[in-house]
Design a protein around this ligand. Sequence first.
Ligand SMILES: Nc1nc2c(c(=O)[nH]1)N[C@@H](CN(C=O)c1ccc(C(=O)N[C@@H](CCC(=O)O)C(=O)O)cc1)CN2
Ligand SMILES: NCC(=O)N[C@@H]1O[C@H](COP(=O)([O-])[O-])[C@@H](O)[C@H]1O
Length: 193
Amino acid sequence: MKKIAILASGNGSNFEAIMKKIQSNDLQAEVVIVFSDQSDAYVLERAKQYDIPFASFSPKDFDSKVAYEAELLALLRAYEVEFVVLAGYLRILGPEVIHNFSHCIVNIHPSLLPDYPGLRSIERAYLDGQAVTGVTIHYVDEGLDTGPMIRQASLAIDPDDSLERLEERVHQLEHQLYPEVLQQLLNKELNES
Ligand SMILES: Nc1nc2c(c(=O)[nH]1)N[C@@H](CN(C=O)c1ccc(C(=O)N[C@@H](CCC(=O)O)C(=O)O)cc1)CN2
Ligand SMILES: NCC(=O)N[C@@H]1O[C@H](COP(=O)([O-])[O-])[C@@H](O)[C@H]1O
C-alpha cells in the first residue's frame, strides 16, 4: 500500500475526502503524514481527528527557501513517503523536492487549466462571467500549474450561482474526483511495480 503525504495550507476538505475513501476501502493508500506551512491551518485539526501524524513549519522559520525545502524533504523521507498529494498547498515546490519525487507529486487545481492558473481561480472565472469552469488534477513540475495533466472535469456555472455556491460545487467535484484519480494512479503504480 503506497505511503502518501498530504501537503495543505488551509481547510483540508480534500484531505478529509481522501481519508473517507480510504476508510470506506475505495482508496487503497496510507496517509503517513499531513504537512502544512501554516501552523493554524484547519487541515492539522482534521489530521488529529483522523489520528494521522502531522507537522508544520514555515519558510519564515528558515534562512532560505532552500533550507525550508531541505527540511520538508527530510520530513517526507523520515515517513518513507512514496507519493506526495498537494491539496491546497499554497507554496511553490522547489526543484529539490520535485526531483526526489519525480512523477510522484500531484496537485488539484480549481479551474480548467491552462485557464486561470494560480490563486483565486474560481473567483476570477466567476467575475469574468465564464459559462464553464472545472477542476484539473496534474503532475507537479517546477512551473506553476504547468505539469502534465492527468484528469479534468468541467462544471457549468449557473447564472444564478453566487460565488459561494459555485465554490461549494467546485469543492464537491474535487472531493469526488481526487480520491478516484488517486486510486487509479496508485493502482497503476502498483500494477507497474
Ligand atoms: N512547483 C510547483 N509547486 C506548486 C504547484 C505547481 O504546479 N508547481 N502548484 C501549487 C498550487 N497552487 C495552485 O494550485 C499555487 C501555489 C502557490 C501560489 C502562489 O502564488 N504562492 C505565493 C507564495 C509562493 C511561495 O512562497 O512558495 C506566491 O507565489 O506569492 C499559487 C498557486 C502548489 N505548489
Ligand atoms: N492553486 C491552488 C488552489 O487554489 N488549490 C485549491 O485550494 C483548495 C483547498 O481546499 P481544502 O483545503 O478544503 O482541500 C481546493 O479548492 C484546491 O483546488
